[in-house]
Write a protein that binds this ligand. Structure first.
Ligand code: OXD
Ligand code: MN
Length: 586
């Protein structure tokens, strides 16, 4: 059974030298046993791995505190190791694969002494889906094992799917000694292999997520004619029963999870959630795009999540089932033994520990700004009935967004597919706490994939332009919920009111409304937006759609600078679109 898997596991065990090897089978008893171990053993600090929370409020939920130096993705320590540096492109850190393996193999040598090595067979995508991919992750972290249980379809049945085949994605992970100087997340796209050491943080350690489902999978998609994207997938049902599915791409911590579970502000509409972070997109036999969510859970940002901003996520977090819910680096309300984070309630509870377990001091963060919850998608009251559909859902529109205080209008439609690809390839967004580093600076983040594209982005743009055989492309839209006024205040109410913009997009898809041609693309006639019940002035609406020449000149300069890194490899079509934009802006 699963000969190639056994051989690979034996080799990794010989390298890492664990005391014990445990194969994850995927059943309730095993899960309970893991939680028990996690509640007794110290993990990465002076705390047990899991602390059970108040099961009357948050059933089957646990608090986890990470090492304080290990709270976000570390892009500077993440490498994409193609044999040729040019194939990784300017968007990735690169190391020669042989060198990279030598470097991390030395760190993995004996790293599991005194620890248990867990083997997790798992599938990204529903096991019945032709688009799903079988994988094996090795780890020495119980937190990672339980998280993989929640976030993927894990268990021994995947070993039967793999059989004696060599065709599975390999992920070797160890928390190592959590020293950032010995932390590396190494990707080997040619070998479907990830080696990650020194971090237990989700984006670095749950290797099915960013490492495989985006970085490695984007490269697989390039070779095989499909796309792996940093996108939500949502269904929208109109009052007359029409059902459409859209994709939404935003950089990390820009509200993807909230949008995926939006409570529509227009009566009669119903939203369902297929995915909140990753979409695998294939061309169906009818020439349309079809998307699956390869994950089975949500790893979302906790701060800011509340009954007001995302009631459906709050309900998800309060629904206990077989899969536990984890809260990582949140505060702890001692009086109720429940999690707390900024924004959950107006006032912090009086008896509060911060995310590191110290008494909370006013003026400091109780939860880490990138504190996360890990919850099963099956707990979500809005989960789409199509969630497990092996073929995925047909896509009517794609929306791209970024976090921009100025320049970018509330919504804009591209002229056609290629113009949409141009605009998506040149998107800028202000950085957030989801990655270590400066916060709030504009960086180009094409398709919100800058940290996740596993090959040269110039080739990725070419793949978007010409690599898919779509005869019936969806419309492409661009949104910016984050425009601010001169006092730094957000001008658009956001959250459930974002649905008003989605409604306009659906009207455009159905050909019900016209749009205004402008130098940056097609803008709505404000009279076509449903603003009923919204207290927003005409002046503010006009400002949200204002295209300022000086801001766009700066934007064009930023795009030119970004594009210049790709040299001749950048598709000519994009260069032409940029020249067009420049001309139209004069
Ligand atoms: C995430 C991220 O965790 O994008 O989804 O950082
Ligand atoms: Mn993400």
């Amino acid at each position: 059974m699963a000969k190639a898997v056994e051989k690979w596991v034996e080799e990794q065990a010989a390298l890492t030298k664990p005391d014990k090897i445990v194969w994850i089978r995927g059943n309730e008893e095993e899960m309970r046993g893991l939680m028990e171990i996690g509640m007794t053993v110290e993990h990465t600090g002076p705390h047990q791995t899991f602390r059970q929370l108040n099961s009357n409020i948050f059933p089957n939920s646990y608090l986890h505190r990470s090492h304080p130096n290990d709270v976000a993705r570390t892009e500077q320590l993440t490498f994409v190791c193609h044999p040729k540096k040019e194939d990784a492109g300017p968007n990735n850190n690169w190391m020669d694969p042989t060198e990279a393996k030598k470097l991390v193999t030395a760190l993995f040598d004996g790293c599991m002494k005194g620890r248990t090595l867990y083997v997790i067979p798992y599938m990204m995508g529903h096991p019945d889906s032709p688009y799903a991919k079988p994988c094996i992750q090795i780890t020495d972290s119980i937190y990672v094992v339980v998280s993989m249980y929640i976030m993927t379809r894990a268990g021994e049945r995947i070993l039967n799917t793999i059989g004696d085949s060599d065709n599975f994605v390999r992920g070797l992970h160890s928390v190592g000694d959590l020293d950032p100087n010995r932390r590396f997340i190494m990707h080997f796209p040619q070998e479907n292999l990830v080696m990650s050491i020194g971090s237990g943080y989700g984006g670095n350690a749950l290797l099915g997520k960013k490492c495989f489902s985006l970085r490695i999978a984007s490269y697989q998609g390039y070779k095989e004619g499909w796309l792996a994207e940093h996108m939500i997938v949502m269904g929208i049902e109109s009052p007359d029963g029409d059902k459409k599915y859209i994709l939404g791409s935003f950089p990390s911590a820009c509200g993807k999870t909230n949008l995926a579970m939006i409570n529509p502000s227009i009566p009669g509409y119903k939203v369902t959630t297929v995915g909140d972070d990753i979409a695998w997109i294939n061309v169906g036999p009818d020439g349309r795009l079809y998307a699956i969510n390869p994950e089975a859970g949500f790893f979302g940002v906790a701060p800011g999540t509340s009954d007001n901003t995302n009631l459906n996520m709050m309900k998800t977090l309060k629904t206990g089932n077989f899969y536990p819910t984890l809260f990582t680096n949140v505060g702890l309300d001692l009086s109720t033994n429940s999690p707390w984070w900024e924004g959950l309630t107006k006032e912090p509870p009086s008896d509060l520990l911060d995310w590191q377990g110290n008494p909370w001091k006013p003026g400091t963060n109780a939860a880490h700004p990138n504190a996360r919850f890990t919850a099963s998608a099956y707990n979500c009251p809005l989960l789409s009935p199509e969630f497990d559909n092996p073929r995925g859902v047909p896509i009517s529109a794609i929306l791209f967004g970024g976090r921009r205080s100025d320049t970018v209008p509330l919504v804009c439609e591209s002229l056609d597919w290629a113009h949409g690809v141009f605009k998506a390839s040149s998107l800028g967004s202000e950085t957030t706490t989801a990655a270590a580093g400066a916060v709030g600076v504009v960086r180009r983040d094409p398709m919100a994939m800058l940290p996740f594209c596993g090959y040269n982005m110039a080739d990725y743009f070419g793949h978007w332009l010409n690599g898919l055989k779509i005869s019936n492309p969806p419309k492409i839209f661009f949104v910016n919920w984050f425009k601010k006024d001169s006092n730094g205040k957000f001008m658009w109410p956001g959250f459930s009111d974002n649905f008003r913009i989605i409604k306009w997009m659906l009207d455009r898809v159905d050909g019900k409304v016209s749009a205004k041609d402008t130098p940056v693309g097609l803008l709505p006639n404000i009279s076509d937006l449903n603003l009923a019940g919204l207290d927003i002035s005409e002046e503010t609406m006009n400002y949200l759609f204002e295209i300022k020449k000086d801001e766009w000149q700066r934007e064009i300069a930023g795009i030119e600078e970004f594009y210049s890194q790709f040299g001749e490899r950048l598709p000519t079509e994009l260069r032409n679109h940029l020249a067009d934009l420049k001309r139209r802006m004069q």
